[in-house]
Design a protein around this ligand. Structure first.
Ligand code: 5CA
Ligand code: ZN
Length: 368
């Protein structure tokens, strides 16, 4: 599977964490089922927002990216998110990305505009296969999410940048397309194709990536291989704060690193997120941490008992809940029910606490 990684110009917020927690659940469910999971995640270590932030703060863009990637990895480890098997930067992948862009150009699906290379949407026969949006909505989202629908000279406002020719004061690399740097979408289609091959199982990220990012990436892969990029897509609901999507550009952020500095138990942060189904958008409120803390305390108290109700049904219920579209709230409810019975004196199984602890640790990633 492939999950779209961070653009490392700021620390990871709870929205990012929720997305990677979701992929972590997929990873755990697949491993539990005996699969060998090849999990690739990119990091957008060169892009406009990163360069802007570096310029604004007087930091070298490479140092900024390294610093934030480092914080991200530590946050993910604290949240017990199993690391991807390949964690791949764009800078180290410029050659394979420009090779794919050149292949697309040679196929006739791209055209040059003032030295930049654009994918021609008219050459994408299955365009819309991922998002199923109408053209009007596509144009709106393209403008909001890094696209340039108004650039004069394009054949179609939806045409997107594959390769950006060198600009003054911007980093650039030599390539068959001349000196420049990759457009956004092609970094992910190229890295996924290189590491996973065509037609891998699952691609995804947050729901803000459905369009244009995954639609355009799918068109690139289809152009290069004749087939789909991934067989399935998974998109995680947006986490918001105060009625707005939590986003670096809006600045309404709750950082994982900040919570950790404040001494919040990472298991509690994880439990707070698990209480929400991955597909539904939700709001982070002040009620999240107290509720998750209370749950962790109840579970810890039950696990400390010498005897408790049989745990085999809990394991089965957690597995069944996760198998049902990653229903983490139902998985938590199964453990809650067991803990409640145990704490009211039910059950005489001395091995039960250890099995519940292992279930919660392995399948939900919560270490108690
Ligand atoms: N580097 C690109 C993907 S190639 C990017 O979108 N980076 S990001 O830093 O903006 O987001 C990293 C991941 O977190 C993406 O999968 C994105 O969809 C997801 N994400 C961003 N904001 C939220 C949010 N508020 N709630 C849930 N997921 C989010
Ligand atoms: Zn991506």
């Amino acid at each position: 599977m492939y999950a779209c990684g961070i653009t490392p110009y700021d620390a990871a917020h709870l929205g990012h964490a929720f997305t990677y927690l979701t992929f972590d659940l997929v990873n755990r469910v697949w491993r539990d089922a005996g699969h060998d999971v090849d999990y690739v995640q990119n990091t957008t270590d060169i892009d406009d927002p990163l360069l802007e932030r570096a310029r604004d703060t007087g930091v070298d863009w490479r140092d900024l990216a390294h610093r934030e990637i480092d914080v991200f990895r530590r946050d993910m480890a604290a949240l017990r998110i199993l690391p991807p098997t390949s964690f791949v930067g764009v800078v180290e992948s410029v050659d394979l990305i420009s090779d794919l862009a050149a292949r697309i150009r040679d196929s006739g699906a791209a055209y040059e505009l003032d030295g930049d290379l654009y994918f021609s949407a008219a050459e994408a026969p299955e365009f819309g296969e991922i998002s199923h949006l109408d053209r009007e909505r596509m144009l709106e989202l393209f403008g909001e999410r890094g696209g340039d629908p108004r650039r004069p000279g394009k054949k179609d406002p939806l045409d997107w940048l594959l390769w950006r020719a060198e600009r003054p004061d911007e980093p650039a690399w030599d390539s068959p397309l001349g000196r420049g740097r990759p457009g956004w979408h092609i970094e992910c289609s190229a890295i996924a194709l290189d590491r996973l091959g065509p037609g891998f199982d699952l691609n995804g990220g947050g729901s803000d990536l459905i369009f244009p990012h995954h639609e355009m990436g799918a068109a690139e892969a289809r152009c290069a291989t004749g087939g789909p990029n991934a067989h399935h897509h998974l998109h995680v609901g947006m986490v918001g704060l105060d009625g707005e999507k939590m986003s670096k550009s809006l600045g309404n952020l709750v950082f994982v690193s900040r919570l950790r500095e404040e001494g919040v138990d990472p298991a509690v942060i994880r439990l707070a997120m698990l209480a929400h189904h991955y597909r539904a958008p939700w709001e982070w409120t002040d009620a999240e941490l107290p509720a998750a803390t209370a749950r962790a305390e109840r579970w810890r108290a039950a696990l400390a008992l010498g005897a408790a109700p049989d745990a085999a049904p809990v394991l089965a219920a957690v597995r069944a809940a996760l198998a049902e579209d990653l229903d983490s709230p139902a998985a938590l409810a199964a453990v809650d029910a067991w803990a409640d019975t145990a704490l009211t004196g039910g059950g005489a199984d001395t091995g039960a606490p250890a099995l519940v602890r292992a279930t919660v640790d392995t399948l939900l990633g919560v270490l108690l």
